[in-house]
Design a binder for this molecule. Sequence first.
Ligand SMILES: Cc1ncc(COP(=O)(O)O)c(C=O)c1O
Length: 398
Amino acid sequence: MDISSKLSTRTRMMQASAIREILKVVAQPGMVSLAGGIPAPESFPIEIIRQITNDVLDEFGPAALQYDKTEGFEPLIQALVNYLPSRGLVNVAPETLGVFSGSQSALDMVAKVLISPGDKIAIEAPSYLGAISAFNAYEPDYISVPTDDDGILPDALEDVLKQHTIKLIYLVPTFQNPTGRTLSLERRQRVAELLKQYDVLLLEDDPYSALRYSGEALPTLQSYAPEHVIYSSTFSKILAPGLRIGFTVAPKALMRWLIIAKQGVDLHTQSFGQAIAALYLTGGYLKDHLPRIIELYQPRRDAMLTALQTHMPEGFTWTHPEGGMFLWLVGPEGFDAEALYHRCVERGVAFVPGKYFFFEPGVGQNTMRLNFTMVTGDVIDQAIQTIGETAAGMLVTS
Ligand SMILES: Cc1ncc(COP(=O)(O)O)c(C=O)c1O
């Protein structure tokens, strides 16, 4: 049977992620990968999870194993209501909160509820590809908005809002994937004003803000415009991604629709993982363990910044992220980062060419995403030396 002729228009919009293909290549033995975007396995609190698993069974018994309500496991909802104001959120109440199967699932649900074919989504360029994969199923058109080192350009966003009817703006304002950039305080205020002025919704995807290694925490966009912002975050980077626990705060009327949509998708997020996440918060484990994750990652971030300073040839610039997992490297105009990628893979070092994070073809050819959380400082130094030497060689021959 010719399956391709049977596919829905929705499915025809879907594409296998180019990054997944890269990750397959870099999984070869001996490869040093700065390509991934996953937590270091040694960041997982295995002993804490062992302890909490027993406590979950003692405290919740069958309730942690039973079907549950779609909104989320009640002890986790209560724990999040208490915890999220400390993460800079406002209007957090059981009616504005929903637990999703990872924040990835919330991205899908938001698009499912809001986007009809041809609706316009404004995205920053470059952007998190997983969001585009989730949105594609609902057949939107994308309008890309330029960014600089302080995040999305509010003037450019305003031009877009004037010229188009935008259904949704999608941003990762803090330690963005792929660039590591953070939207400045002033721009947060400007963007929030624009949301109110143009009465448009924004999805604030925030998986990384708890991983801060330097500088001061910034207010969430949600805190400036709670009626216009859907805030989404996750336990994936502060506990374990395998549990697939994400959480979303949205205006009450919208949360109701997100929950109705979720009901038809998976009934509810797994109860057992939610129960673990609840006790991770209420038992004070997050408070104890998060500093350990930061202690693990901060020297790796510092090692990468030092190594870039030492080994990269003239003409390369990079971001200086205050947290998160990624750094963005930009080569001179006309530099071919994909060719560099292939040469570095031959020498046992991998990263992701940045062009894959842009929606428009032909943009970002000289850019690269580097992950600094997966390997230790000395390995990072050697990997950056390889990238630097290979890039220098390419500059000489070009
Ligand atoms: C910006 C961004 N959003 C969402 C996700 C999905 O995270 P999860 O579904 O594990 O919560 C990721 C994962 O890396 C991400 O980088």
